[in-house]
Write a protein that binds this ligand. Structure first.
Ligand SMILES: Nc1ncnc2c1ncn2[C@@H]1O[C@H](COP(=O)(O)OP(=O)(O)O)[C@@H](O)[C@H]1O
Ligand SMILES: [Mg+2]
Length: 260
């Protein structure tokens, strides 16, 4: 009896490891496959080309755009596949709870949390795009998959700010701060801004990774904005010796002062 129990436990463990391996190697589960099918059926995507980044919560693929009007003018897209089993969804809860936009949504499983999170990033990208901020344009969301425009040339994504060579760093910093101000005017705070979540295309900074962005009603919006500004200002101080005062930048972004 005891050994039988032991065996079935071992089997269960082996099964779990196998499932984990599938996730680690990027083989999609059934729900993800069903969602992915919708992108093909709608003509948004024609082909998944290759994986470009493995983030904390998602795998990002480059895809060839389909024939849908939604992707008119685009040759390649970015598809962000949020991971379900290995997602750090407790951290996600922090940002969803407290955001009045998600008060009424029933969240009962990991998959539900990830779905809400994915839709939230889509909505945040819509706000950013409408606000005229340089950011990817959201194209379609389904389940745990988000499609957006690729920031880059052809199928090559632009480098992150941390790896970019800036000819005129002060101009780039000003452009980032202007973007943060535009977002704020549209009642959104990025919440995870840093040299990792800004891509440099040509010499133009594009903000990416809007999953955790919150509306101003969120109780921690101000704290997140201070942190975003500190991250960016610290980066430019350290790497380009540009010294700017965070409080003055904050006052300018929030419209409390006209100069900074
Ligand atoms: N729209 C995009 N165009 C080009 N590259 C992108 C785009 N979105 C993400 N990437 C690349 O993928 C990486 C991870 O994406 P990100 O949205 O930041 O995910 P994570 O939440 O895992 O950090 C980014 O650092 C960037 O290099
Ligand atoms: Mg990121």
């Amino acid at each position: 009896m005891g050994t039988r129990m032991g065996k079935s436990k071992a089997r269960a463990r082996k099964y779990r490891l196998k499932e984990q391996e599938k996730i680690d190697t990027g083989i999609f589960d059934e729900k993800t496959m069903v969602s992915l099918g919708k992108f093909f059926n709608k003509g948004v995507v024609e082909k998944l080309e290759f994986i470009t980044a493995r983030g904390k919560e998602a795998d990002l693929y480059i895809a060839r755009a389909g024939t849908s009007n939604l992707v008119k003018g685009e040759q390649f897209l970015i598809m962000k596949f949020f991971r379900i089993e290995t997602s750090s969804f407790f951290k996600m809860d922090d940002y969803i709870i407290g955001d009045p936009r998600f008060q009424k949504i029933k969240v009962t499983s990991k998959y539900d949390v990830v779905k809400v999170w994915c839709r939230k990033e889509f909505g945040n990208l819509e706000i950013a795009t409408k606000a005229g901020v340089d950011a990817p344009r959201p194209i379609m969301v389904n389940g745990s998959i988000l499609a957006m425009t690729l920031i880059g040339a052809d199928s090559i994504p632009s480098p992150q700010l941390k790896d970019a060579d800036l000819r005129e760093p002060e101009k780039v910093l000003d452009a980032i701060l202007s973007g943060v101000k535009k977002l704020y005017k549209n009642k959104l705070v990025h919440g995870d801004l840093s040299e990792y979540n800004v891509l440099i295309s040509g010499q133009t900074p594009y903000m990416i990774d809007f999953g955790q962005a919150v509306v101003l009603d969120h109780p921690r919006a101000e704290e997140f904005l201070h942190r975003d500004l500190s991250n960016i200002l610290d980066y430019f101080a350290k790497n380009y010796h540009i010294k700017r005062d965070e409080n003055r930048a904050f006052a300018w972004v929030t419209g409390q002062s006209q100069i900074y």
